[in-house]
Ligand binder design. Structure first.
Ligand code: NAD
Ligand code: IPM
Ligand code: MN
Length: 358
């Protein structure tokens, strides 16, 4: 079995961390022996934009369509406006390939630092199901009377019944399967159309899942509880923007941006799904070998789970944990002095030590 994976390293630390992710996937394929990867690299991103005047070729999406998955580093760099670089590469892929589920684990691994006082490790074990195709990111609006005193901008949130139902249903299914509680995070008190609708659909769909225990929080209170009492949350479902913000908060309480992984899924498999760390291109540390590749390795684990190898996914996450516990090969964000490459190499070595067929 060969999996064809499109590799888009992107900008800043993207290429640095993604190289380690590819290294890990190759190592896993070699350890397993029953499947392999064929990686095709696409040099799309801000440098490409400065040369070609676009973030990817005109037929970029058609090219990607044929792959089994996309592995992406990060997009965005000073010199290209963020709304252009992100909309014309990352966001267009999520939308056009209908990757409407964004799965983001917020789990504090053994050995990972946590800034919260009085919180035990076991209390930080959540899985965010972020709506990833519409909502506040629908891209609907207008900019009127540009540059004039009566200038007006409108940014619409778009919440369709189909869009809300499918992500909420996905989260209920997950909660049922994993026997976990499900929490919806919204803001119906102020967003009197979109979030009232969201809450209504959460309740409606919930009638089909009487076995799932649910909670509903307003996003402001939810942010507070994530810091004060994170043990309340198991599976969490929320809108595009709230999911974006809360998962950076989640990263902060679960070891930092260098440990936060994400999967953009098209559950029907009609289009390729995309795997990427949730952090950005980190221009402040780019090109210095300081970027932590562990989030990317975790995203690689999510890809393996998606392809039907949950045991390899678990083994990678377990190895990340062992590496953290060992504490000898860590990047500066985790208090170490190792380079991105050294961390990736050590992780692969640990996988080989632990899981090669004797
Ligand atoms: P960022 O996530 O790039 O960086 C925030 C902070 O976290 C920085 O101090 C950075 O050094 C640190 N950090 C991030 N990843 C790290 C890692 N792997 N190891 C160690 N430290 C890490 O967020 P930002 O600075 O707000 O954004 C920078 C650029 O990235 C912008 O252009 C933004 O639009 C873009 N961005 C892209 C994505 C994506 O491609 N998925 C996600 C977020 C931001
Ligand atoms: C993320 C990023 C993106 C998002 C940006 C870069 C458009 O912050 O993946 O978390 O908001 O979804
Ligand atoms: Mn984000």
């Amino acid at each position: 079995m060969t999996y064809c994976v499109a590799v888009i390293p992107g900008d800043g630390i993207g290429p640095e961390v993604l190289a380690e992710g590819v290294k890990m996937l190759e190592a896993v394929a070699a350890l397993d022996g029953s499947f392999q990867f064929e990686f095709t690299h696409f040099p799309w991103g801000c440098e490409y934009y400065l040369r070609e005047g676009r973030m990817m070729p005109e037929d970029g999406l058609d090219t990607l369509r044929g792959f089994d998955a996309i592995f992406l580093g990060a997009v965005g760099y000073p010199g290209v406006p963020d709304h252009i670089s992100l909309w014309d590469l990352l966001l267009v892929i999520r939308k056009e390939f209908d990757q409407y589920i964004n799965l983001r684990p917020v789990k504090l691994l053994k050995g990972a630092p946590c800034p919260l006082a009085g919180v035990s490790r076991e209390e930080i074990d959540m899985l965010f199901v972020r709506e990833n195709s519409e909502g506040e990111y629908a891209g609907s609006g207008s900019w009127l009377y540009k540059g004039q005193p009566n200038e007006v901008v409108i940014q619409n949130g778009v919440f369709s019944r189909k869009g809300c139902e499918r992500v909420i249903r996905y989260a209920y299914e997950l909660a049922r399967k994993e026997k976990k509680t499900l929490t919806s995070i919204s803001k119906g008190n102020a967003l009197n159309y979109s979030m009232v609708f969201w809450d209504q659909i959460f309740a409606e769909v919930g009638r089909e899942y009487p076995d799932v225990t649910t909670y509903s929080y307003l996003v402001d209170a939810a942010s507070m509880f994530m810091v004060k009492d994170p043990g309340r949350f198991q599976i969490v479902v929320t809108s595009n923007l709230f999911g974006d913000i809360l998962t950076d908060l989640g990263a902060a309480i679960a070891g930092g941006m260098g440990l936060a992984a994400g999967a953009n899924l098209n559950p029907e498999g009609k289009y390729p799904s995309m795997f990427e760390p949730i952090h950005g291109s980190a221009p402040d540390i780019a090109g210095q070998g300081k970027a932590n590749p562990l989030a990317t390795l975790w995203s690689a684990a999510q890809m393996l789970e998606h392809f039907g190898y949950p045991h390899w996914s678990d083994r990678i996450i377990d190895t990340i944990e062992q590496l953290l516990v060992e504490g000898k090969t860590l990047t500066p964000d985790l208090g170490g002095t190792a380079t991105t490459q050294e961390v990736g190499t050590r992780a692969v070595q640990m996988m080989q030590e632990r899981f090669s067929q004797k």
